[in-house]
Design a protein around this ligand. Structure first.
Ligand code: MN
Ligand code: MN
Length: 471
């Protein structure tokens, strides 16, 4: 009887897939390395609240690691490290491998833009003795989440004379913050009857900029004038300068540890800077890659990857074509032999909202990187559905490097949906699959990730870049 049971158990162990919490699999040394990695990641998040800031932070880290600006027709040899900043809004980096580019490259592609509140072209007005700023939200936000949270103003203004000013209100210690106050519950009877998605009018998401009037009582619009006067003193801008500006309101909190055990990270913009940072650090630490390793940190993913700095832009093709011409290879041949890990976050199983997940096919915290064969919605619509071969390749790469991983879908089939960069890479004739870190509260002003998953994402990216040709 006992013997039979043991045989069955052995058979079970042989055949069954075992899902395990990553903490039951990793050793003490990995936990130390994980904590150190996550400290660096939190610092990066605090310095990278917009895509422009992320590019700046990434370039300065890259230069410390020996990366130099790429020049067309420069001579390149294995081990060389180059980067191209695409208008300061997206970034492409490469470590030249020992194999010809015609044999393909290994790409890690993440996005560094995150949902936020952009200012409208004519943002400034006054009402009720307040100076206010009109906003137009960027990306898929749940509007109510952005009320009554401290905000910072970050961005770039091109003044009338063509000079550029960087705005980082809230970025310096002691800086004031801004806010859109929510409606008090005492007067919310009518609003509370509305469906959640309709309860907050986006035209009423106006930021409170100030409440002290300009001292001279003789002028009109004294609250607007006082605010503009301060903006002018601090940044040298006038009202017309808003017309050539990209100003974004982003949450004012710094990244922090979450949980008594400090096992999680809470911060704004982890979708998708958690994968952006991992793609970057993985490239820095990739040891002598055989195939050329390329990291892309793209902009505009949250609004469809359009435009010059989005993943649909030819900027990427131009960079790879330029590398090909430096190294005597052909772009099309290079693409058809390449692999891309589209590094983007996924929805972490949340016990508070269990009914939107298929528990058998969800990503769980601390199980490592989650591979996602397809995204899209309602019957995989709009998805780049990775082939069995590509999934098999990713499995092999992760196993080879002892990366903890699982496979998941975003949620229940008709619960909603989403997309990533994957289809734009796949459309280029590059084998592509999504993988990323599970996130709680995705697109909220404060998102939560597991430290173990953040660290595994780094190991996964490093493994992709380092993957031997004969794996
Ligand atoms: Mn994303
Ligand atoms: Mn997103």
């Amino acid at each position: 009887m006992t013997e039979e049971k043991t045989a069955a158990k052995l058979r079970q162990e042989e055949l069954f897939l075992k899902k395990q919490n990553g903490y039951d699999k990793i050793d003490e040394a990995s936990i130390v390395a994980m904590d150190e990695y996550c400290d660096g990641y939190k610092k990066f998040l605090d310095n990278a609240k917009t895509e422009r800031e992320a590019v700046k932070a990434a370039v300065s880290l890259a230069e410390e690691k020996g990366f130099v600006p790429f020049r067309r027709y420069m001579s390149l040899k294995p081990g060389d490290r180059v980067y191209v900043s695409n208008r300061g809004q997206s970034l492409m980096l490469a470590v030249i491998g020992t194999r010809p580019l015609d044999e393909g490259i290994n790409i890690g592609a993440a996005h560094i833009d995150s949902p936020r509140l952009d200012l409208k072209p004519y943002p400034l007005f006054e009402d009720g003795d307040f100076a206010l700023l009109k906003t137009h939200y960027y990306g898929g936000i749940r509007k109510y989440q952005w009320l009554s949270v401290p905000l910072e103003l970050r961005g770039t203004v091109i003044r009338k004379d063509g000079t550029k000013t960087e705005v980082t209100l809230g970025g310096e210690p002691g800086d004031p913050f801004l806010v859109i106050p929510d409606l008090l519950p005492h007067l919310a009877s009518a609003q509370s009857e509305k469906p959640l998605g309709k309860a907050v009018d986006p035209e009423a998401m106006n930021i409170f900029l100030g409440s002290r009037p300009y001292p001279d009582k003789e002028v009109s619009e004294r609250f607007k004038l006082a605010a503009l006067d301060l903006l002018n003193q601090k940044y040298g801008i006038t009202e017309e300068d808003f017309l050539s500006a990209e100003l974004c309101a982003v949450p004012a909190y710094s990244a922090c540890d979450i949980g008594l055990d400090r096992s999680m990270i809470g911060a704004y913009g982890q979708d998708d800077r958690v994968c952006g940072y991992a793609s970057l650090k993985g490239l820095f630490d990739a040891e002598a890659p055989e195939k050329t390793a390329v990291c892309v940190l793209a902009d505009k993913e949250e609004i469809g990857s359009m435009g010059v700095s989005g993943m649909q832009s030819q900027a990427f093709d131009t960079f790879i074509a330029d590398l090909c011409s430096c190294l005597d290879a052909h772009l099309r041949t290079c693409y058809e032999n390449s692999f891309c890990l589209s590094a983007d976050v996924n929805a972490c199983y949340d016990p508070n909202y269990a009914d939107v997940y298929d528990k058998r096919n969800s990503s769980f915290i601390n199980q490592g990187v989650t591979l996602c064969k397809y995204t899209g919605s309602r019957g995989k619509s709009g998805a780049s559905d990775a082939s069995a071969e590509v999934m098999g390749y990713a499995r092999k790469v992760f196993h080879h490097a002892d990366v903890l991983w699982n496979v998941s879908e975003l949620g229940k089939i008709e619960a909603g949906g989403g997309g990533t960069l994957a289809l734009y890479m796949a459309n280029r004739n590059i084998d592509t699959v999504d993988a990323g870190v599970p996130v709680l509260g995705m697109h909220a002003p404060f998102e939560v990730t597991g430290k173990l998953d953040c660290y595994m994402m780094y190991l996964a990216m490093k493994a992709v870049y380092e993957a031997p040709v004969a794996i």
